[in-house]
Ligand binder design. Structure first.
Ligand code: CAO
Length: 549
């Protein structure tokens, strides 16, 4: 057993480069080439990989330390024979013979003229090619940031390449319009491969030629790629093009280890807020993001875009079109938005419309209200009638079991009603509708509605509903499509009653007609059953004496 001293390899002309991520701790077992830490200068971000497999001992650096070529990092304890070839025992400059040998012919075969962007024959346009990637070849495109016809600024990232060890943005060598894009996501590219043509005014393109010509400056020593003799290795891996050391455009600013970690978990780095220097996303940010997503109830934001594999609605800058103000959503609205969206996506909805003749019911309601000196609205009458019809058609008083294999039939009848409050929609639930009279239902609806408006409903008062009623009758409108309040299987929408001419077989007579809209879960309820439900409800509302039968 022997130890290898791990030192910072040649980092070119960079000095006092801060450690922005430390990826190991004492005692960690690392693989050869596993990143140990990330250095970041003004111009570039570099990972320092382990020169061999081993156990990290005597770690001498911490985040924030400023390192130079040759600065000691740690020792690697391991089986030297397996962990490091003899020559590699020489710290930081340990020769990576294989790499060097591989790199050399690659270098030779590369025609230098192919690397730079070269003006196209027509002038005014510029071929953009992959710059020198050192010893990396066939590096996959992991992000394509442009499409044909896009206008790009000079230095705007065009695509991101990522090898096992490094991630690199390829920036636009000049401003222009992207034409003849030759690459797609997943393509494996090497130095000199054509990316696209940039069409601009002749001046800009020609001017760009000089700047585009050299490959982005690499912090690893060029000798590593050029010389067949043992070269300093492992070279630090440049993971952000010099032109774009910070997050540019829409490209998440993160190192390869973080990107790889995010990809494993399926995390879109564009959604992760970086806590590192200059907003760099570190592994802990990805972990925190996943944790927050797992523990949070689905938010309105999470469900307004991209839910259930639906392509997200692209974000827009509305201020481009006029003055705007950002108003945070109330908590209730966020919760109900998520719930409604969930129900809408999960339940195959159908809405059955009908009208109930409530001429007599209205006369009775008004008379009783006056007689009892009570504010009796239509809602408790409808609730009582719905309760009776639920008894008649028990599948409307059910829920699908979690495995979708059976129906949970409820032997109780709790009915919720949608209440409009200043902070959004809530659905308080009236318990045991079967056992209560209309006056009691009216009192309870009134109390619950007041609590809802005052924001004083307890969670328990909004749970356990079997069916919901959404009454917009006090406001107006004809029919609408209420969203089933899942896991309930149906909801009744009630709109504003209107006096209408109704044919009674002999003549048109004025009748007060109340629009009913029954939305139901078509997995549980057939259209015929829904029609029967609404017809029965209409008959009951037309003559509440039937309740006594
Ligand atoms: N046709 C005609 N008039 C009706 C009616 C109907 N279908 N429904 C209610 N009205 C009348 C009431 O009788 C009352 O009139 P009077 O004062 O003359 O008696 C008036 O409209 C106001 O009633 P109300 O709305 O205060 O009382 P309610 O019991 O009918 O409703 C509640 C209570 C809480 C359901 C209601 O206030 C509410 O919030 N409705 C909105 C529900 C909602 O937002 N649904 C949408 C959910 S999906 O987005």
């Amino acid at each position: 057993m022997a130890n290898i001293d791990v030192k910072v390899p040649d980092i070119g002309d960079s000095h006092d480069v801060p450690v922005i991520e430390l990826l190991v701790k004492d005692g960690d077992a690392v693989e050869k080439d596993q990143p140990l830490l990330v250095l970041e200068s003004d111009k570039a971000t570099m990972e320092v990989p382990a020169p061999a497999a081993g156990i990290v001992r005597g770690l001498q650096v911490k985040v924030g330390d400023k390192l130079n070529t040759g600065s000691a990092i740690c020792q690697l304890e391991g089986d030297v024979a397996a962990a490091a070839p003899k020559a590699e025992a020489k710290p930081a400059t340990a020769p990576e013979k294989k790499v060097a040998a591989d790199a050399a012919p690659a270098k030779k075969s590369e025609a230098p003229a192919a690397v730079p962007a070269t003006p196209a024959k027509g002038g005014g346009s510029l071929e953009v090619r992959i710059p020198d990637l050192g010893d990396s070849k066939d590096v996959p495109v992991i992000e394509l940031l442009i499409a044909d016809g896009d206008s790009v600024e000079k230095d705007q990232p065009l695509l991101v390449l990522e090898s096992d060890k490094a991630t690199m943005e390829v920036p636009a060598p000049a401003a222009g319009t992207v034409r003849a894009l030759k690459v797609k996501l997943g393509d494996k590219l090497s130095k000199g491969d054509l990316v696209c043509t940039l069409e601009g005014d002749g001046g800009a393109a020609t001017e760009a030629k000089a700047e585009a010509a050299p490959a982005p400056k690499r912090t690893e020593p060029e000798v590593a790629a050029e010389s067949p003799k043992p070269a300093p290795a492992p070279a630090p891996q440049k993971i952000a093009a010099e032109a774009a050391p910070t997050k540019t455009g829409d490209v998440p600013y993160a190192g390869p280890a973080t990107r790889q970690f995010a990809r494993k978990l399926g995390v879109d780095l564009a959604q992760v807020k970086g806590s590192g220097p200059r907003g760099r996303i570190v592994i802990e940010d990805v972990q925190a993001f996943v944790k927050a997503r797992l523990s949070a109830a689905p938010t309105a934001a999470a469900t307004t875009t991209g839910g259930a594999g639906i392509p997200p609605i692209p974000a827009q800058d509305f201020s481009l079109y006029g003055e705007i103000e950002n108003k945070p959503l109330a908590r209730i609205r966020k919760i109900s938005a998520a719930h409604l969206h969930r129900s809408w996506l999960n339940v195959p909805h159908v809405t059955q419309n009908d009208e109930a003749d409530i001429t007599e019911l209205e006369a009775f309601r008004k008379a009783q209200g006056e007689e009892l000196n009570l504010k009796l609205t239509l809602l408790p009458f409808i609730m009582k009638a719905v309760g009776a019809v639920l008894k008649q058609y028990p599948e409307f008083n059910s829920s699908l079991s979690a495995d979708g294999e059976s129906l949970v039939m409820k032997k109780y009848c709790h009915i919720g009603f949608a209440a409009d409050t200043p902070n959004g929609l809530v659905v308080p639930v009236v318990r045991d509708v079967w056992s209560k009279g209309i006056v009691q239902l009216s009192n309870e609806c009134g109390e619950l509605a007041k609590k809802a408006r005052d924001g004083k409903l307890k969670p328990d008062e909004m749970r356990g509903g079997c069916f919901s009623i959404s009454s917009l009758g006090g406001i107006g409108g004809s029919h609408f499509t209420p969203i089933v309040n899942a896991p309930e299987v149906a909801i009744l929408g009630v709109s504003r009653s209107q006096m209408k001419p109704v044919w009674n077989g002999k003549e048109f007579v004025p009748r007060l007609m109340c629009p009913l809209s029954l939305s139901y879960d078509h997995r549980v309820i057939d259209g015929a059953a829904a029609a029967r439900f609404v017809v029965s409800l209409g008959k009951l509302m037309a003559d509440m004496r039937r309740l006594a039968l």
